[in-house]
Design a protein around this ligand. Structure first.
Ligand SMILES: Nc1nc2c(ncn2[C@@H]2O[C@H](COP(=O)(O)OP(=O)(O)OP(=O)(O)O)[C@@H](O)[C@H]2O)c(=O)[nH]1
Ligand SMILES: [Mg+2]
Length: 507
């Protein structure tokens, strides 16, 4: 079972907020965290103490920053405050970070920010601020502005921020963000956006491909009216998919009330139809509007910035060569425009088509790996297991057919990889229907090389996973080899999955 037990939390703040920090220290201990903080670093001329302090940020599992009225002592090497250096270190090392800002300072910052936005070149002096009744160091507002417009070392994630009045405010956020959200039951929200006819609903159907007559349904889809919700359980996490109908009247409705629609989204899929070149501009405009509204909503509510997956869709496998080349050229420009509009967001691009389901699964699986960070471990282990051996492919699927981790020998051709995906989807259905624990098969790649593989069910608690291993050769020669591989992989996979799933499997 994963728990907050023994997770070290680095507390950072100037001496002004020492009371709060001390209080927080004992409150965190009550929650089984191991807080640390370094008073020695306030002696600015003691460079060793500061270096040591930064090392301790590195060693900590998590990081909390408390911002009050003072910017704090300066770290001579960079000219930034020591607290800002600590914050930077935590962010660069991708530690879970929470930032708390004293309420009054936060409200003053909002005014500071809007002044700055109105006149970027206009210098605001400390005296100006004092005359407005601002009572924190100007360095504090500037620091918060840097936090919000995060650009340190190319890291664009805005950390989770919250204003606070007292210690209770801080503790309730810590519980919400670090205890209830990460360590227990969690429902994720995926929003699927794009203009009319882009293929959003069809994509959802192909993710939920367990429908009978899937192809027939997808060809005869009607425009989605408003927002429709679809639920899917992956790796025992609940994921709600919000399919935002893309007709203009609905789009206007979402943009008018962005708070009602866009908040609390963990991932955004933005779908654009590559074949309808005439609608590119309309689609980009909609994207631009969404980003604008989203930014306002996020900043106002101090919410996390969700990653955006752009699905360059209807990139069908059987597109005529000429059309495909034209689209490929356009894609370069499209990507550029998307990036330009979505500064500050993490953008990922995938070319997809419902006529090559593997493209959608791959895109969706990558998106999920953003939700469940630890799934990245599986490909590493697979590559380890496959090393120096002639394993061509190793993949682990969840019972809904989503890839949790995969390893491909680099020489495996893309079209062969796709062939195997398609094949896998068919076999998976058979395994389920016939309630089998194992499935063996042999076939040949495009170039004639024979391959053989096994799909085996791994049961962990209530959950089922499918492990696929493919090697060159034919049965029965490869029988023993595959068996060894699976025996080798199984305990490691079980170990990782039990780390990913946030509750005790015995229950
Ligand atoms: N060629 C091709 N057609 C697709 C693809 N995906 C979806 N379509 C078709 O595009 C049409 C529109 O698909 P929908 O999924 O209804 O589009 P939507 O984005 O949900 O549209 P709204 O609900 O109006 O916003 C349907 O006829 C689909 O069959 C694809 O990958 N390739
Ligand atoms: Mg639709």
């Amino acid at each position: 079972m994963i728990s907050s037990k023994n997770q070290t939390v680095f507390l950072s703040g100037t001496s002004e907020v020492m009371d709060i920090t001390n209080n927080l220290f004992s409150e965190l201990q009550k929650l089984d965290f191991k807080p640390t903080w370094y008073k020695k670093r306030f002696e600015t001329n003691n460079l060793d103490a500061i270096e040591e302090c930064l090392k301790n940020v590195e060693k900590s599992d998590r990081y909390i920053l408390i911002i009050g009225r003072t910017y704090g002592s300066i770290y001579p090497k960079t000219g930034n405050s020591i607290t800002e250096e600590e914050f930077k270190t935590a962010l660069i090392l991708n530690k879970p970070v929470l930032v708390f800002i004293k309420s009054e300072v936060y409200h003053q910052f909002k005014i500071f920010e809007s002044l700055k936005r109105k006149s970027e070149r206009f210098e605001i002096s400390s005296n100006d601020l004092k005359s407005f009744g601002f009572d924190a160091d100007i360095g504090v507002y500037e620091f918060i502005l840097r936090v919000v417009n995060k650009r340190y070392h190319g890291i664009r994630k805005i950390p989770w921020m919250s204003e606070f009045n007292d210690i209770e405010d801080i503790i309730s956020v810590v519980k919400d963000k670090w205890i209830s959200k990460e360590f227990s039951y969690q429902i994720s929200k995926i929003s699927i956006l794009g203009i009319q006819n882009a293929g959003k609903t069809a994509i959802i159907y192909s993710i939920f491909k367990n429908f009978l007559n899937y192809e027939g349904i997808v060809r005869n889809l009607r425009p989605t009216k408003g927002v429709e919700r679809q639920h899917l359980k992956v790796l025992d996490h609940d994921i709600n998919h919000f399919d935002f109908g893309g007709q203009r009247r609905y789009r206007d409705m979402y943009l008018r009330k962005p708070e009602n629609f866009f908040l609390l989204t963990d991932i955004i899929f933005y779908v654009i139809d590559l074949q309808e070149t005439l609608w590119y501009v309309e689609s980009l405009d909609y994207f631009k509007e969404i980003i604008k509204k989203l930014k306002d909503v996020l900043i106002k509510n101090l919410w996390d910035v969700p990653p955006i997956i752009v699905m360059l869709h209807k990139y069908d496998p059987d597109l005529p060569k000429e059309k495909k080349e034209k689209i490929d050229e356009q894609v370069v420009l499209l990507k550029y425009s998307f990036r330009e509009h979505a500064e500050g967001f993490d953008l990922f691009f995938f070319k997809t088509s419902i006529y090559d389901v593997s493209t959608i699964i791959e895109c969706y699986s990558s998106a999920l790996s953003l939700l469940f960070d630890k799934t990245k471990l599986i490909p590493c282990i697979f590559s380890e297991i496959s090393k120096n051996q002639d394993i061509l492919i190793m993949a682990l699927f969840d019972s809904s057919g989503i890839i949790i981790g995969e390893y491909y020998l680099p020489s495996v051709h893309l079209s062969d990889k796709n062939k195997i995906y398609e094949f896998y989807l068919k076999v998976e259905r058979r395994i389920k229907n016939e309630d089998r624990a194992k499935f063996r098969f042999s076939d040949a790649f495009k170039n004639g090389t024979p391959f053989s593989g096994v799909i085996e069910i791994i049961r962990i608690g209530q959950l089922h996973f499918y492990l696929l291993i493919i090697t060159e050769g034919e049965f029965p020669q490869v029988e023993q080899k595959l068996k060894n591989k699976i025996e080798n992989a199984r305990p490691k996979i079980e170990e990782i999955i039990s780390k990913i799933i946030p509750f005790e499997l015995e229950n």
